[in-house]
Write a protein that binds this ligand. Structure first.
Ligand code: SF4
Ligand code: SF4
Length: 189
């Protein structure tokens, strides 16, 4: 079975995975303000407006073949400008989470990227580039990949942009309590 067929089989097995997304954008009137406001739409294969229409139609296959929601940088501009007041940034985030939860292969690297980014923030209260990128490469299980970035890494280190500090392996992370609280609130909602 090809990667695409496997992903499609997964979508068919769970036809309701889009229900919460559909609810959020049900009132979209297709005015296009979100697309016109989005600084990243030039790189998206579907405009945000098009994505919301597909969500209304329940077109899971088309939505999860697109890279649009993964290119959302959560700037909130579309959310601020939507005349219907729809939670668009939150809905883009919900699609990212769905793609990760469903284990759709196409989005696996992006999901790993977000996960490792948030893990370093949890531990240090900010992103530590060196550890973050090492964890990301490690999650890709491709030991050759980091070698292609060696000269860039050295240049950044020389300019003091990244620091080769050893990772913090023990003890409470700086944002552990905050993350636990958010998990509690999410479990209740
Ligand atoms: S701005 Fe709001 S109403 Fe207009 S297309 Fe986008 S989501 Fe729909
Ligand atoms: S929140 Fe995402 S979709 Fe909305 S304008 Fe910003 S980048 Fe575009």
């Amino acid at each position: 079975m090809s990667e695409k067929q496997a992903d499609l089989a997964l979508h068919e097995a769970e036809p309701d995975i889009l229900a919460s997304v559909q609810e959020k954008v049900q009132a979209c009137m297709q005015c296009g303000t979100c697309s016109g406001s989005c600084a990243n739409s030039f790189a998206m294969d579907l405009t945000p407006r098009h994505l919301w229409r597909l969500a209304q139609l329940g077109d899971t296959e088309e939505i999860f073949s697109s890279k649009t929601f993964y290119l959302c940088s959560a700037c909130y501009y579309c959310t601020l400008r939507c005349p219907r007041g729809l939670p668009l940034t939150e809905t883009m985030g919900a699609l990212k989470r769905l793609a990760a939860d469903q284990g759709i292969k196409k989005y696996k690297n992006s999901a790993n990227f977000y996960r490792t980014f948030m893990e370093t923030v949890r531990r240090y209260g900010r992103v530590r580039e060196m550890e973050f990128i090492n964890r990301y490469f490690f999650s890709l299980k491709n030991p050759i990949l980091p070698l292609g970035f060696t000269s860039l890494g050295l240049k950044l280190m020389k300019k003091g942009k990244i620091s080769p500090q050893p990772p913090k392996l023990f003890g409470e992370g700086r944002f552990d309590r905050l993350y636990r609280k958010v998990e509690e609130l999410e479990a209740k909602s």
